[in-house]
Design a protein around this ligand. Sequence first.
Ligand SMILES: Cc1cc2nc3c(=O)[nH]c(=O)nc-3n(C[C@H](O)[C@H](O)[C@H](O)COP(=O)(O)OP(=O)(O)OC[C@H]3O[C@@H](n4cnc5c(N)ncnc54)[C@H](O)[C@@H]3O)c2cc1C
Length: 610
Amino acid sequence: MGIKTVYEDCDILVVGGGMGGTGAAYEARYWGRDLKIVIAEKANIDRSGAVAQGLYAINCYMGTQWGENNPEDHVRYARNDLMGLVREDLAFDMARHVDSAAHKFEEWGLPFMKSAETGQYLREGKWQIMIHGESYKPIVANAARNSADKIYNRIMVTHLLMDESKGNRVGGAVGFNVRTGDFHVFRAKAVIIGAGGASHIFKPRSVGEGMGRTWYAPWSSGSAYALSLQVGAKMTQMENRIVLARFKDGYGPVGAYFLHLKTYTQNAYGNEYETTWYDDTKAMVGEYIDHQPTPTCLRNHAFVKEVAAGRGPIHMVTKEAFQDPHLEEVGWENFLGMTVSQAVVWASQDIDPKYINPELTTSEPYVMGSHATCSGAWCSGPEDISPDEYQWGYNRMMTVDGLFGAGDAIGGTAHAFSSGSFTEGRLAAKAAVKYIRDLRNEAMKVSDKQINDFKETVFQPMENYQVGRNEIVSGTVSPSYLLPIQGLQRLEKVMDEYVGGISVNYMTNDKLLERGIELLDTMEEDFEHIGAEDLHQLQRAWELKHRLLTSQSVAQHTLFREETRWPGYYYRGDHMKLDDENWHCLTLSRRDPESGEWAMEKAPVYHIVD
Ligand SMILES: Cc1cc2nc3c(=O)[nH]c(=O)nc-3n(C[C@H](O)[C@H](O)[C@H](O)COP(=O)(O)OP(=O)(O)OC[C@H]3O[C@@H](n4cnc5c(N)ncnc54)[C@H](O)[C@@H]3O)c2cc1C
């Protein structure tokens, strides 16, 4: 094969330079002055990941210095929102360190809004502080750039390497440059995965000309999960997908509207509707509906039910708040710093929120470990607070030695958001440095065979295309290969119809899931025949394969948890109630890398905060 191979040997490899990855590089340098730290990023760290376009608020800040909140409060908050189930040790660990991350951001030049009276950071809500955040990502990227020895932009990491001298230990990663087509081999003593969450695994609301527009970043391709799954790392809570109530067609955020502008929702006939569904929800989830604040999924549930009852669409009442010129400005700016497309959609549809209450809708489901849900890898917790069962040596290390994670990659830590993900990166890096120090001079083995086998696998989709293309004279339908877009649409359709997407109002059951899993397994065989026309399509091909593996994990977990824990996110039609007696637990899975078989188990939830 005439493809150039580029080798890089390092101590710590950070896969993905988003919020978690930049935090990891920064902290790795602090503890590992003498270590070689490298980032491999599929885009460009200046504008990559979920924060690429900027943010308007840092959603996780305790404000302990001003006596606003303590880490324990945040654990209670996240636990409540997730219907009782989070990794409290990890959540506490993140919360006790997160303020210092925000202070760093300010020191590095991120403009924070401040209260004119107190000089304190301006609060949007109990946990959120407001920023002028268009340049949030370049600012944290700069810190990473000053810390890492080398940053490889435009490298799509496809697989992890394993140390062949010892079972179950990571040895680095491989991938390809999406511009030059070079094959890249990173041999590393420790790998920190910060490759983000997963969008586009369920069919999106935005189809046709809107295809590509999603709420979570469209380039979040599930790589964090797939890379971990490929090497047999245990995963947790992969069923815990999230559905968002957002402004229609642009997926524009509603947080600032609810919290700062104090706008509220009503049905098509101008009526409040959440109380209508109180009894219905109580019958499903019991006293959780009486918790304050109301868990997000339960508010979604009322939304979904109200629309299904024929009283949609649901509107956000903006007409009142927008009469105040200051709030009107904040309302528009909120999009301009974060989701410009929502402002464009409104302009194109003649919606001026000062005079028209815009529609909301519920999104397709997404999978992530850093926003308001907690899917991801099962990892070791901090040694001072984690129960023994949750602790195997190094903070944020997965069940594969030397493999760490941060942000969306790690399961159990809901409501970390941008600042919490950066903090998790720092925690993972500190532990990874310790791991490397403890290794001392222990040798690792990554054979040429392992590398060459991956090289063949990685470029196979281009080979498929080149050979198969000769069989057709025009068009995109070939008897020999599937294009990535065709594969993506097939995947999204199966996930949508069988695993609880928008077309079925988030409903699934054991029979649907079993059939869905069969179809996903067949797809795995079909995707061996993906054809990639060029390097761009090769990236799409690998993103698709990562999405498929993530989807299989979601389907397996959803089948395993026989209850409806989060109505409004999804429903198990055969088990329509929350079942604390049997399912007040975390779900764990491991996919055997050799056989592809899934093993499921329950893990206890330890409530370390009262
Ligand atoms: C629409 C939206 C609104 C949000 N609003 C807020 C908010 O207001 N406040 C807040 O605090 N948080 C907010 N968040 C959450 C925040 O952005 C995330 O929690 C955070 O970015 C997650 O960090 P991460 O490192 O896990 O992933 P990311 O920051 O997404 O980084 C992942 C990185 O990995 C790279 N990557 C992916 N796959 C590969 C691969 N195979 N090889 C190499 N590189 C790869 C990506 O290009 C990216 O750079 C929002 C997120 C979204 C999408």
